[in-house]
Design a protein around this ligand. Structure first.
Ligand code: SF4
Length: 119
């Protein structure tokens, strides 16, 4: 999956926006006052991060998606809801870091090859 880095929101921003949508975009006060307990009695994985504070482990998104899909890993992997804010993080990875790592690897490999040629 190719994700454009400049379009990918940070994990904190993603959760903030998701929580705002979750309260039907009514108000930020509603996000703050949210109790976090879902209909099935399980605490929402995002509740702790709803105010945009704290470092969000990307595994939090994976946990959320697994809950969304009834703990079926294949359904999370094959999720087609690409307009869901969580979608880029559903596999528990930060695509922007993955893309940057791939770019750095290619850049470093090219530099090493150049150095070998110049020897
Ligand atoms: S990306 Fe898919 S699995 Fe994850 S929360 Fe959204 S709809 Fe559910």
């Amino acid at each position: 999956m190719q994700v454009q880095i400049n379009k990918l929101k940070t994990p904190n921003r993603t959760i903030r926006n998701f929580c705002f949508e979750c309260v039907c975009k009514s108000s930020w006060d509603d996000v703050e006052e949210c109790g976090g307990i879902e209909l099935d009695g399980i605490m929402c994985a995002f509740h702790k991060y709803r105010m945009g504070k704290g470092r969000v482990p990307v595994k939090t998104f994976r946990k959320f998606c697994l809950h969304c899909m009834g703990y079926n890993r294949e359904l999370v992997r094959d999720c087609t809801t690409k307009d869901c804010l969580i979608y880029p993080y559903r596999m528990g990875k930060n695509e922007s870091y993955s893309s940057l790592s791939a770019q750095n690897f290619t850049k470093n490999k090219t530099t090493l090859l150049d150095q070998k040629i110049n020897l």
